[in-house]
Design a protein around this ligand. Structure first.
Ligand code: SAH
Length: 387
């Protein structure tokens, strides 16, 4: 087994409990093959942990275990079962959820999403890439899935020097899979859809959001329409907006699937739509804002903040008194406190007061690891315009 020797600064960082070690915190790298499991040691040769080594990324080490126990198929099966047990406790009202969320489940850089009996895998670093046959076997054994799809067509793989690719690992990939979320049924396209087919991280916010949505609702950045469709069961009219034609088509199909004739979907840029709506003095009783991550790196935060500001200010102006804004940011680089600051600024400029009725994050199947701030990325606030 190869080993990595920490610098004193690296050791201090490791002791704080963060699951990653950066290359700049390594003093020496001994016989470590790319993607292999290595031991992490102090300068004096004291063993600290076992983890995945990457020879490409700035993140050189991802912790798997602080013990010396053998890391084999049995070990991984135990971790997968642990992750599954937790989901059985926290996941409700759906058969589509994240089964494994990387570091948070002790399997760094592995993502597994489950859509009924169909499973989608992502191996996002060299370590899990090497072990793909093992994870495939464990999932086949534990869950007997109908199909297993590899969705490695993601940008983060570039940082690991890994190709972007998609593959069927087992079974046949259906055109789309029908799943449910509360009272809503929807179809997820696991092969070409965004993410692994759906934004599972917003599930609990969508389910709760429905409670507060009445009257005329705007679902901005709607993707397959789920926020809006939950709302449509009680609201009088729902308008879903997305820039992707596939998204709009899926939204319409999902509305039909649920027999909801009061939900309409349009392909448009949300920034243009909101600008036009303010000019035309339109009003809504509920608005959902769920944009893609504007701040993909620390350098983008200023530009991203301007984007969030424009969207939220316009949405606040468009709301009727008593109306509710469900607003999200999935940019890890924009902290919750910064996001709140942006919203406060928007409220001031809109000339209205808002109360926070819910302050939320990602669904519980995307658990946040306390010592791993990077695992908390989704912020979602429910704000009510006070009359
Ligand atoms: N609310 C959705 C997830 C939205 S993800 C859900 O709960 O499932 C963000 C969506 O914004 C994507 O569908 C993407 O196609 C769309 N999008 C990105 N930029 C956009 C823009 N400027 N205008 C409209 N839609 C945009």
């Amino acid at each position: 087994m190869g080993s990595l020797i920490l610098t004193p600064k690296g050791l201090a960082w490791f002791r704080k409990g963060h699951p990653w070690i950066y290359r700049t915190d390594l003093e020496k790298i001994k016989d470590a093959a790319p993607g292999s499991i290595v031991s992490l040691e102090t300068k004096n040769g004291i063993f600290l942990a076992q983890g995945f080594y990457s020879d490409h990324s700035k993140i050189a080490f991802r912790i798997i275990s602080r013990s010396r126990d053998a890391i084999n198929a049995q070990f991984w099966e135990k971790r997968v079962l642990g992750a599954f047990r937790y989901r059985q406790e926290v996941v409700q009202q759906t058969n589509a959820y994240r089964l494994i969320y990387g570091e948070s489940d002790g399997i760094p850089s592995l993502v597994v999403d489950r859509y009924a009996d169909h499973f989608v895998l992502q191996t996002l670093a060299q370590g899990t890439e090497n072990l793909l046959p093992v994870f495939t076997e464990v999932i086949l054994k534990v869950f007997q899935p109908a199909s297993l799809i590899l969705r490695n067509d993601v940008m983060v793989r570039d940082l690991e020097g890994l190709p972007r690719e998609k593959r069927i690992l087992f079974g046949e990939c259906p055109k789309d899979v029908q799943v449910f979320e509360g009272e809503i049924h929807y179809r997820a396209d696991l092969w070409t859809g965004q993410k692994t087919g759906a934004y599972l991280d917003q599930r609990e916010n969508r389910l709760l959001g429905a409670r507060f949505l009445r009257g005329t609702i705007l679902d901005a950045f709607c993707y397959q329409g789920l926020f809006g469709l939950h709302g449509a069961r009680r609201a009088s009219r729902v308008i879903g907006i997305d820039s992707s034609q596939e998204a709009v088509d899926q939204g319409k199909a999902n509305a039909t699937l649920n027999g909801l004739s009061n939900a309409e979907f349009f392909r448009e840029n949300v920034f243009d739509f909101l600008k036009g709506a303010v000019e035309e003095k339109r009003h809504f009783d509920g608005i959902i804002l769920d944009p893609p991550p504007f701040a993909k790196s620390k350098e983008n935060v200023a530009g991203a903040t301007r984007g969030y500001k424009e969207l939220n200010l316009r949405a606040m102006r468009l709301l009727n008194p008593g109306g509710v804004l469900v607003t999200s940011s999935c940019s890890y680089n924009l902290s919750e406190s910064k996001f709140l600051e942006v919203l406060r600024d928007c409220a001031k400029d809109s000339g209205s007061a808002f109360r926070i009725i819910e302050r939320r994050g990602q669904s519980a199947d995307h658990p946040v690891l306390l010592s791993f701030p990077e695992s908390f990325y989704l912020k979602c606030l429910f704000l009510q315009k006070i009359e």
